[in-house]
Write a protein that binds this ligand. Sequence first.
Ligand code: SF4
Length: 393
Amino acid sequence: MKDLNVLIEECKKHAFDLNFTRAKDWKEEKEGRVLVGYMPIYFPREIIHAAGAMPVGIFGGGDDKQIIKGDAYYQSYICHIPRSIMEIALDKHMDHIDGFIFPSICDVIRNLSGIFKQQKIGKFVKYMDFPQNFLPEIGGVFYQQEMEHVLKYIKELNGVEVTTEALNHSIDLYNKNRQMIEFIYDIRQEHPWRLTIEEVYSIVRAGTVMPVEEHNAILEQVCTHIKEDIGTPQDKIKVVVSGAFCEQPALGLIRAVEEAGCYVVDDDYMLGSRMILGDIDATTDNPLESIAISYINQSQFSSSIYDVHNPKENRLAKIVQDRGADGVVFAAASFCDPSLLDAPIFQNAFDKMGIRYISFQFSENINQYKVIKEQVGTFSDSIKLWEDEPVVV
Ligand code: SF4
């Protein structure tokens, strides 16, 4: 078993590699291999794996990529992530990726799929609609058709006809992946000092750019390490971070929230890797239906899902309660419509529920965190000094 620090450094190297080197190496190891890039938030990676291809998460350039050409494709008053994705593409960092999937989340991502088509980036570009109807016979069937469409694209590249066995095997691997990630979050709920949120983030993000088998092997070792009583507890409040599900804050900002006095015990940074709660049934004759049903019945709350019978403010409040958090840090990317439109809904509800919160906006390339750190530090101090009634949902 590798040392924990070695594992974390390996994960950081892969997670922020804008050349997607591990994916490129994987492709070159065997002729005919296919890489499929997907944008945030969520995509059922199982189906790509089952088709003999490798899913590659594309989460923008962070604070590592200077934007020059990407700005020319977008007006100034939208978020940053599509510009940096364009910059990465135009700088040919993604030339080895064969096809691209743009899950429906907002108009910006939809338009980005159009630009990829226009610029002829990749051998296929698929804008993938996710169901907003939560009846299995309507939304569930629609979702299966969308997945079949993706599989058709991959088959045109590698000739692989996906079997039930292959799909169930892939579902099983990703079930294990989600189980271990949740184990890490569960351990941190009580012992957040065993692994910082910066480390958790790097470990989870690394899994989006390497084969799931390799990521599972890393997660197994991390889980073993953090069962031990390592690290030193500090006097910090516990918070849930919400709103940063698409464009990602720079690692320094993720670190700054904890340095300002908050243990982050849950978040939606890498929401796609944790979107499905619990296992997907890997024993049926119709695995695509299992994936669709799991999306309908077991999805995390998300700004991209309109589930009128299951209000997202209650779902976020439940996470706060289940994690024993003292409050919520709303962190939205500047100009992120889905996140910023949800903010008043959450905040009105939380005022009534007595859940304390603070909010700020960021962009993936900001590297001055002083103001945000002071704001979050004041939030933490105010909770420590003026303890209130426990949260009741
Ligand atoms: S950051 Fe927000 S607005 Fe921008 S692409 Fe993502 S979801 Fe859309």
